[in-house]
Design a protein around this ligand. Structure first.
Ligand code: NOJ
Length: 752
């Protein structure tokens, strides 16, 4: 076992008081930070605020010279320790680095993409998954993760909708808190905890036209009611850092936005950690037309409230900016204080090095994979199950068809940490493992042509297809052929058709102007459907695709998203009924592109949607999504009844208590995600037709019934008036206890 170094800190009082779990008290830390700050030159201060990418001879030299406070993208304990040694043994002040990486949905044990796992509505499991991610990341020398990604999005064209938390601010803030708890654990200083980073602050997901990095112009009310709450949830959960967003918000780029970074984040929310810019965003102020040169950009970012520069090297201008009087040193000092404070809180001064032994014991363990499998099971959404065709019997012959059926890389999704495609279980492998290859026929059918532009960094390298054997697998190494697919379908009892997008068609810089199935996938689907065999469509994608055809022509639709390393096992567990599906949609599912944006919590209009022509809507489509937010089937049926508002009148500082009876009226045990929504009938602004205010996963046996209780603080029912004052409005409210955002049992209550 390697002897861990203890950093020698010159002229710092070593205070003895510590808090539980090895935490130091804030005043201890502030004293240490101040003592250190006093010794720093302007160049060293600029260095603390500078993050570079990767461990290179140049970056190591810069670290030794005190010009670097953080590196990103250094993986592996030995690599991390080599970089760290340059800082703590060879730089003048021996200040440790904080080493960051994108651990968006798992490190090596890759979990389902966030848009999927959000739909599990299972906060303890999300927390557990991030605990696993933190354990694996720290074993590999990563102490800071650029997650959770908390961008609300209402536009599936935007490629990064896959990385986020869907469309709901309440669900988003719950997910934020669960993830922060998971990443940071009991203390960020624990050896298996990381500092987490809320991103991309803020409103990045509102990009016009769904084009990544595009401009955003929204009202202050919309910002506060929809886009900010998940970030507030992260602050309340004690998150250590934030990342500012690329895009401009009402004309002011996220990285230079004093209103969001200082007025709201620091002054209103009292956030005490530090803010890092996104990759290259400070320099991009020039392209925005917001700064004249890098020095100007650096000053604007710092004055707005950014503390650390990600890879721009723009903060090398700090000394000259201070000396010329263009930047008050107090601004720089405050930024340095914030960075150092987080480094102390993360225990980096005491334990800067990673233990290389943990790399062998803590990564991709069976326990970790089990969490990934469970979260994947709970994240996929059963959208259709005509005639209860699912679950499938295990003694039938199944034709597994489609370009994603054995694409291991795409199972991982677009931002798979340190995930390896070879670790992933493909749907084909999962099905073969479950029912034996003698029951399985396979044909790829068609290839999905990749868009050149979207093959970006972060997409796991392709792996060879699985070597599941011969027999029904005879097509494994053959070029894709629709004829082979048809032949396989004809020989089978049922077809599992795996279509969708390649992982690289989603994520950063991967917006699409269409929700189609790329390439010739529909040609394949038509040919397979013509065999008249029952077809189970398994969709893997990072956004809702246009599946209207499938609702007519297939028996069942399972939206699997990108389920992660255990994809094939989890899909198979659901298809064959070893678990009942329980995932729900974290975003409204549009019928087609022209409906975008469509989201459940839209404001009421003066002419609400109706078949009558003179109402909000389209001539050629209903005024509803194909599937609403919160929707998802199980293998049972649930009835909702006996809604009772226990508090028919509440004070603005009171609590609403409502209950409803949920009964499993089907024939299988299943888990229902019970949701509670409210609607303020008369407000100072027109209020959303519904707003989610609570949820609970409830598992019931056939015939079992349960009264499910919800408590909602009246203060959480408030809204902003046009002058942006928060108030809980008196008057009548509707409340629903519901299986999704478009149905449920309804009651009313009064706020007085
Ligand atoms: C750019 C992305 O927007 C951000 O999410 C990520 O954390 C950084 N690059 C670092 O990789």
């Amino acid at each position: 076992m390697r002897v861990l170094h203890r950093v020698f800190l010159p002229s710092i009082l070593i205070l003895t008081t510590t808090l539980a779990f090895g935490q130091q008290s804030p005043s201890d830390i502030d004293n240490k930070v101040d003592a250190l700050l006093k010794q720093m030159t302007l160049e060293e201060k600029a260095g603390q605020l500078t993050q570079l990418a990767n461990k290179t001879p140049e970056s190591l030299q810069a670290i030794r010279e005190g010009k670097v406070g953080s590196l990103l993208g250094v993986l592996g304990a030995e690599n991390a320790n080599e970089a760290q040694r340059a800082a703590v043994e060879h730089s003048r002040l021996k200040i440790p680095l904080i080493l960051g990486f994108d651990v968006i949905h798992g490190y090596r044990t890759v979990f389902p993409v966030p848009i999927a796992s959000t739909g599990s509505f299972d906060m303890p499991l999300l927390e557990q998954a991030e605990r696993v991610a933190a354990k694996e990341a720290t074993a590999s020398g990563v102490k800071w993760v650029f997650a959770p990604m908390l961008d609300i999005a209402r536009d599936p064209r935007w490629g990064r909708i896959v990385e986020g938390i869907g469309e709901d601010p309440y669900l988003g803030s719950m997910v934020a808190a669960a993830k922060v708890r998971g990443f940071q654990g009991k203390s960020m200083a624990d050896s298996d905890s990381v500092v987490s980073c809320a991103k991309h602050y803020v409103a990045y997901g509102a990009a016009e036209g769904g084009r990544d990095y595009n401009t955003v112009d929204i009202s202050e009310q919309l910002l506060r009611e929809i886009y900010l709450p998940p970030f507030k949830g992260a602050v309340d959960a004690g998150i250590g850092t934030f990342m500012s967003s690329f895009q401009d918000l009402n004309g002011v780029p996220g990285v230079a936005n004093h209103h969001t970074l200082t007025d709201i984040l620091r002054d209103e929310w009292k956030f005490n950690g530090f803010v890092v810019s996104d990759w290259g965003a400070i320099h991009e102020l020039l392209a925005h037309g917001f700064a004249a040169d890098d020095a100007d950009a650096a000053a604007k970012a710092l004055k707005a409230g950014v503390d650390m520069d990600m890879v721009d090297n723009a903060f090398e201008h700090i000394p000259e900016l201070v000396r010329s009087g263009k930047l008050p040193e107090i601004v720089v000092d405050e930024a340095v204080r914030r960075v150092l404070r987080v480094k102390f809180e993360a225990g980096l001064f005491d334990h800067p090095y990673a233990d290389p032994n943990r790399e062998k014991t803590d990564i991709l363990t069976p326990e970790n994979l089990q969490v990934a499998r469970k979260l994947a099971q709970e994240s996929m959404v059963l959208l259709q199950n005509k005639g209860d065709v699912l679950p499938l019997a295990k003694n039938k012959t199944v034709a597994v068809i489609g370009p994603l059926a054995d694409d291991k890389a795409s199972q991982l999704g677009p931002w798979a940490g340190n995930g390896q495609a070879t670790d992933a279980v493909s749907p084909l492998e999962g099905i073969v493992a479950k029912i034996g290859k003698e029951h399985v026929l396979y044909a790829k059918g068609v290839d999905i042509p990749s868009y050149e532009k979207t093959l970006g960094a972060g997409v796991a390298a392709p792996a060879p297809p699985s070597a599941t054997g011969v027999g029904g697998m005879a097509n494994l190494n053959k070029p894709a052929s629709v004829d082979d697919a048809v032949a396989a379908a004809k020989k089978a009892d049922v077809v599992v058709l795996c279509l969708g997008e390649l992982a690289g068609m989603t994520g950063e810089a991967s917006s699409r102007a269409s929700l189609d199935f790329p390439g010739d996938q529909l040609k394949l689907a038509n040919a397979v459907l013509a065999t008249k065999k029952p077809v189970i469509l398994v969709v893997e994608s990072g956004r809702p695709l246009d599946i209207r055809w499938a609702t007519f022509h297939t028996q069942a639709i399972l939206q699997a998203w990108f389920p992660g390393v255990q994809a094939g096992n989890a899909i198979t567990d659901v298809l064959f009924g070893d678990v009942s599906p329980s995932g729900r949609l974290a975003i409204s599912w549009p019928r087609t592109l022209g409906e975008i944006p469509i989201y459940y919590n839209h404001r009421a209009t003066g002419r609400p949607g109706s078949p009558d022509r003179w109402h909000t809507g389209y001539l050629d489509l209903p005024n509803t999504p194909l599937f609403p937010f919160g929707y998802g089937l199980t293998y049972s049926k649930f009835s909702y009844s006996h809604l009772a508002v226990k508090t028919p009148t509440i004070a603005p500082d009171g609590t609403l208590q409502v209950t409803a009876e949920i009964e499993n009226t089907g024939s299988r045990e299943a888990t229902e995600v019970v949701q509670v929504y409210v609607h303020d009938r008369v407000g100072p602004t027109s209020r959303p037709v519904r707003e989610l205010k609570g949820f609970e996963r409830v598992t019931l046996r056939p015939g079992e019934r349960k009264a499910v209780d919800f408590s909602v603080k009246a203060n959480d029912l408030g809204s902003y008036d046009p002058q942006v004052h928060w108030a809980v409005n008196p008057g009548t409210y509707d409340v629903w206890v519901a299986p999704d955002s478009a149905s449920g049992v309804q009651g009313t209550f009064e706020v007085k």
